[in-house]
Design a protein around this ligand. Sequence first.
Ligand SMILES: NC(=O)c1ccc[n+]([C@@H]2O[C@H](COP(=O)([O-])OP(=O)(O)OC[C@H]3O[C@@H](n4cnc5c(N)ncnc54)[C@H](OP(=O)(O)O)[C@@H]3O)[C@@H](O)[C@H]2O)c1
Length: 308
Amino acid sequence: MGLREVVVTGAFGFVGRAVAKRLLDRGFDVRTLTNHAGREDPFRGRVTAAPLDFRDPKALARSMRGAATLFNSFWIRFPRRGRTYEGAVERSRILFEAARSAGVRRIVHTSIANPDPDSPLGYYRGKAQVEVALRESGVSHAILRPTFFFGEGDVLLNNIGWLVRRSPVFLVPGSGRYRVQPVFVGDYADLAVRLLEEDGDAVLDAVGPEVFAFDDLVRAIASAIGRRVALLRVPPPLALAATGLVGLAVRDVVLTADEVRGLRGDLLVSKGEPTCPTRLTDWLRENAAHVGRRYASELGRHFDGAFV
Ligand SMILES: NC(=O)c1ccc[n+]([C@@H]2O[C@H](COP(=O)([O-])OP(=O)(O)OC[C@H]3O[C@@H](n4cnc5c(N)ncnc54)[C@H](OP(=O)(O)O)[C@@H]3O)[C@@H](O)[C@H]2O)c1
């Protein structure tokens, strides 16, 4: 078995890309499972790709054979076009079983802060179920629970910037005083690589050092990119109706009702200590020129083709 061989889901995407980059920098051999092998390849052929096709667990296992570890980020942001959270849980189970049968000895898994098997929110409930499936797989594992990411290629923070660049008014659902604790994707990759190299089961929130009220986060983004924006607190259904109209224009789902509920329920903040060092405030100072220049489409990235 190649101890330096790692399988990374979605290495041409967002989180997987950051992790694959760190691994390559540290001399690991990286393969990826993805249904977007045709995407722009930032690694110039150094990462070989196989399909992330759950219909053929044996092929999935074959594509992991010989690797010591798996970094997993597979999930869906919201149900649509035949994709469901239940389907994503089942596919995660298939992936873990395929990894086990391929001889993978350790899995570092991307969950979410505050997963809850009893949550009314399918995202958080499903993530809790996937954690159970991972524990039941019997493979040594580390579970990382991020809140929400910032970094090159992110969707949510970028799209707040995109809205702020285009509109003098920003509709805030509800009070805006619910909190968020963003985490830098590069720090997340460092943490993931460290945990890939360690032994022993672990569960850890992956969170940065700053906690913002949501409205302060929007102000921080606006100020960093040099825009003045008036924040208007509105009932959540109105904010969702407005983002729905934006969604029609950009052909995307900008924000879901469950995401608003998660935000207002303070689920994007950790109850533990920060585990990642980069402050969003510092990152914005360096990177604001790029934030929100182009809209980042979730449907464009992840909802083409069939759910295989
Ligand atoms: N973005 C955030 O702020 C945030 C916050 C907390 C937790 N997370 C978690 O972080 C992980 C990675 O998120 P990400 O945004 O960076 O995603 P990503 O890396 O672009 O995608 C992760 C993997 O899931 C697959 N995937 C994603 N959406 C899919 C869909 N709708 N249908 C089928 N396959 C799909 C991708 O397939 P391809 O390789 O084919 O693209 C890729 O292999 C997820 O587990 C997510 O729950 C994200």
